[in-house]
Design a protein around this ligand. Structure first.
Ligand code: ADP
Length: 897
């Protein structure tokens, strides 16, 4: 550290500053011995995030240098917290040993006092490019996405470098939000704005400038700008061809220029953060949005598919459905739920596999027991191919592939296998030579640390065995030597010990030291400690050298075997990834079967019609929450079809309207994802787009103009929904005044009913909307039942036909603990209002006569004279000062002229 203390830049300071500049906006982890140190602003920022001590060391430019550090051996947990806080970290490692540095200095003629160990940034750690187990969530994919605009359309390249999965897609700018919501990337890269054309995705409004709603909530996403030149389609195509050793990409799919340009940008970025070493990348998969059920970002958020509204998995759909026993299974289930299918055949194939396991509870339990023991093959592969694998990862691949082969053997004998199972079984084998190699080469539980060796099994390599026996002999010789020295010197407490600085040495208590100090004792003095003195001897030195030499050679031999195994695994990477994916698919199906058995869920019937018929439907999340409180969920039916497409649902607050709407949307989503569903029976006519909207009042916490958001989102439905879509609208129109809200709800319901003609559930507390039933032939009225009993409100959570009789608003207020006098006062006011309603016909008076889609006329503007009369009437003369009265007079005069 002394080097940093000098005021003029020392070699170390110069080295630090150069690396600091290279790190750009990333924090610089500067390796010094057993620590990564951070200095200056980096130190301030990291110390605050990590809650570790900020100290100072030396000075620079006359001021002390702020510093903090983290131990190398526990760096991963600190990295995880920094990444989660939105930082990127550049790792500067020592790239030579002190001895190498000295030798270099000698060659270069640098005085040895100025020798500085060489350091270089070996890697950038960013949220989207992680492979380490400790930095990743086991049940969540970690996606890096590159976006680029080519001729008005957006190319998207996305990969999960922890498993190598890569997808390419193209979409229109307005569909980008939905595409990103589906991918849920933890890091996004985009080209720097083009100074001439100004085509900045962020400025164009395609990417909202603030942390966008599509981000996994705990990883704030800020798009990272990259040189525009790296987003070139030709170069992207070329890189992909070389990576996968093919002459043309046709076999993988018909990729567009926009997709390839995005791929180019993505791979160039991976090169950049990996400092030239690429992670595992599997052949790109073409994703065609129109092949799946479409859901926009608002729908995903409101259905709480992968994450609950308040963040986290608990309370989300996946939290209630996931019974997978492997991380890879949970990740695949998340993918299934984010991208429900539109192809009846593919859905049935998944359902048949779930059914297979549903019908075989004993085998299912056995299977899950086996799967549970399987390590995360995909991620171990990702680390090994990225050059960050440990002996333990090799052991995981050995164990996982062996278990896969065992499952293959077991399942191949099962009768009545569904087609999808056969497809998966074929991918479980074919690794015999590799697992055999790994099984022979590795010890049963290889360590995570590679540098100290000890992971190659005895008997695998005769030379290694020999080296080990040499060092073993020497160790035994040293143990024997200790006994001999004790006998010869008569010092019973004499010990031969070892440490990192001295190597082997002989140690005796201080009072015995004199005997060994004698010149002819055969011992040479090495170190005097408080209470103990340390010596060496020629024989000890010789044995220690034997150990060191054999140990060095043994380590080198183990390294060579490690590299061989990495090579063999890398060569088989696609087949291993396919095995991992097949295991995940089997786990998802068995997990869905387990969930179905647990909750008595049924296999949905998938149809091409526009019907939706659910009996005994339940909301999986609400049901689970109620069960925890010991309460029962009331199941409800839903039946939408060509002549009864739109259900208008009324009834008191807290009556269960939202729950009913969502449970039906979730059942559709689950069915098309190939899962069983929480119902007695479900007939699902395929839904091409699913929309879910919640009135703004529920989202006040979001802080933006919530009514505006509500209307923007509603407009999207009116623009995008088709007759095959399914729409749920929950209290839409609530975010504004009663009149506006009712008018909008009315118009939206009419448009959905008569223009779009799709299936729709519409919950509303506007009784007045019931009059829509008079003009809309495929609209029917329903309500959630409630009863007032002995002055108390009883919510039955039961759906019934017909309009709601009353709103029970006051009873709900009482239930919620509004004080009795206030409720009483409200009752008096209500009676007054209701009395006048009799006279006027209520706020919807006359609406029944409205022709469909008649423009709602703006209120007529008052004439200046009427306005003046009104102002005069309202003016409180006693409250005005003479001066204000005079001002008002002038004002009125101006208004009139
Ligand atoms: P609304 O939208 O009518 O205000 P919600 O759907 O939000 O009502 O439901 C309010 C609460 O009522 C839920 O949090 C849940 O505890 C309970 N609930 C809703 N539906 C049911 C049901 N079918 N069975 C039992 N309890 C229910």
């Amino acid at each position: 550290m002394a080097a940093l203390a000098d005021s003029k830049p020392t070699p170390m300071m110069a080295q630090y500053l150069a690396l600091r500049a290279e790190a750009g906006d990333a924090l610089l982890f500067y390796r010094m011995g057993d620590f990564f140190e951070l200095f200056f602003e980096d130190a301030r920022k990291a110390a605050a995030i990590l809650d570790i001590a900020l100290t100072t060391r030396g000075e620079h430019g006359g001021a002390p240098i702020p510093m903090c550090g983290v131990p190398v051996h526990s760096a991963e947990s600190y990295l995880a917290r920094l990444i989660r806080a939105g930082c990127r970290v550049a790792i500067a490692e020592q790239v030579e040993t002190p001895d190498e540095a000295k030798a270099r200095a000698k060659r270069e003629g640098t005085p040895s006092s100025k020798v500085l160990v060489g350091r270089a940034i070996v890697r950038l750690v960013t949220a989207g490019t992680l492979t380490e187990e400790a930095l990743l969530e086991p049940r969540r994919a970690n996606v890096l996405a590159a976006l680029v605009e080519v001729r008005g359309s957006i190319g998207i390249a996305a990969c999960d470098v922890s498993t190598g999965a890569m997808v390419l897609e193209e979409c229109a700018p307005e569909a980008l939000g939905a595409a990103l919501a589906q991918l849920s990337p933890s890091e996004i890269i985009i080209p720097e704005p083009n100074p001439r054309a100004g085509g900045d995705l962020r400025q164009d409004g395609a990417i909202p400038p603030e942390a966008p709603a599509f981000a996994g909530a705990h990883i704030p996403v800020d798009a990272i700008l990259r040189p525009r030149s790296t987003f070139a389609s030709d170069a992207g195509a070329e890189r992909l061809k070389v990576l996968h050793g093919v002459a043309t990409l046709d076999a993988f799919g018909a990729f567009t220029r926009a997709m390839l340009a995005a791929a180019g940008g993505l791979i160039a970025y991976l090169d950049h953060v990996g400092r030239g070493s690429l992670p595992l990348l599997l052949p790109p998969v073409l994703r065609e949005a129109q092949l799946g059920m479409a859901m926009d970002a608002a729908t995903r958020a409101s259905l709480e598919i992968l994450e609950a509204a308040q963040g986290g998995r608990a309370g989300s759909l996946i939290g209630a459905v996931d019974r997978c026993v492997t991380g890879a299974g949970s990740r695949l289930l998340a993918e299934d739920l984010s991208a429900p299918l539109l192809d009846a055949g593919a859905i049935e194939a998944r359902l048949a596999l779930v059914q297979f396991w549903r019908d075989r509870p004993i085998e299912r339990a056995q299977l899950r027991e086996g799967l549970r023991a399987i390590p995360d093959l995909g991620r171990a592969l990702g680390r090994v191919v990225a050059g960050r694998g440990s002996p333990r990862d090799l052991g995981q691949l050995r164990d996982g592939l062996t278990e896969a082969a065992r499952l293959h053997h077991w399942l191949s004998g099962a009768p009545d296998r569904p087609a999808l199972l056969d497809q998966m079984l074929a991918r479980l084998t074919g690794h015999g030579a590799l697992t055999d190699h790994l099984a022979r080469a590795l010890v049963p539980s290889p360590p995570t640390e590679r540098s100290s060796g000890g992971y190659i099994a005895d008997g695998y390599d005769a030379v290694l065995d020999e080296l080990r026996s040499v060092s073993g002999d020497a160790r035994r010789a040293i143990a024997a030597m200790e006994a001999r020295y004790r006998a010869e010197t008569g010092i019973a407490t004499l010990k031969i010990r070892h440490n990192g600085v001295l190597g082997y040495f002989i140690e005796v208590g201080a009072r015995h030291a004199d005997a060994l100090m004698a010149p002819d004792s055969g011992f040479t003095h090495r170190q005097t400690m408080a209470g103990a003195v340390r010596f060496n001897s020629l024989t000890l030195h010789a044995e220690a050298a034997r150990i060191a030499e054999a140990g060095g050679h043994a380590l080198a031999a183990e390294e060579a075997h490690f590299e061989e195994m990495v090579e063999a695994i890398t060569a088989a990477r696609e087949a291993i990834a396919a095995t991992a994916a097949a295991l995940a698919r089997i786990d998802v199906a068995a997990g869905n079967a387990e969930r179905a058995a647990e909750g008595d869920w049924c296999r949905p019937e998938i149809a091409e019609d526009a019907g939706l018929a659910i009996t005994g439907g339940r909301h999986p999340v609400v049901e689970a929450a109620l069960a925890k409180a010991g309460e029962r969920f009331v199941a409800n039916d839903c039946a939408l079809g060509a002549d009864d497409r739109l259900w208008l649902i009324g009834g008191p607050n807290m009556g269960g309207k939202s729950t009913f709407l969502r449970q039906n949307a979730l059942i559709v989503l689950l069915a098309q994802a190939g899962c069983f569903v929480p119902a007695l029976s479900a007939h699902v006519g395929l839904v091409d787009r699913l929309f879910s909207r919640v009135g703004a009042a529920d989202n006040l916490a979001r802080g933006r103009s919530t009514f505006m958001v509500e209307m923007v989102e509603t407009a999207a439905i009116l623009a995008q929904a088709t007759s095959r879509s399914f729409v749920i609208l929950d209290e839409v129109g609530r975010g504004t005044s009663t009149y506006d809200g009712l008018a909008l709800a009315w118009a939206v319901a009419e448009a959905v009913h008569s223009n779009i003609r799709c299936r729709c559930l519409f919950a509303t507390h506007y009784h007045e909307l019931a009059r829509l039933a008079e003009s809309c032939e495929a609209l029917s009225l329903h309500h959630v039942r409630a009863r007032e009993w002995q002055g108390d409100l009883v919510l039955l959570h039961e759906l019934a036909e017909g309009p709601a009789d009353r709103s029970y608003g006051l009873a709900v207020a009482r239930l919620a603990g509004v004080p009795a006098p206030v409720v009483e006062r409200a009752r008096t006011v209500l009676e007054k209002l209701e009395a006048t309603r009799e006279a006027t016909g209520g706020i919807a008076a006359g609406l029944g006569d409205l022709p469909l889609f008649a423009a709602i006329r703006p209120e007529p503007k008052a004439t200046p004279e009427q306005a003046l009369a009104e102002a005069l009437r309202r003016a409180d003369l006693d409250a005005l000062t003479p001066r204000e009265a005079l001002d008002l007079l002038y004002q009125w005069k101006r208004d009139l002229s």
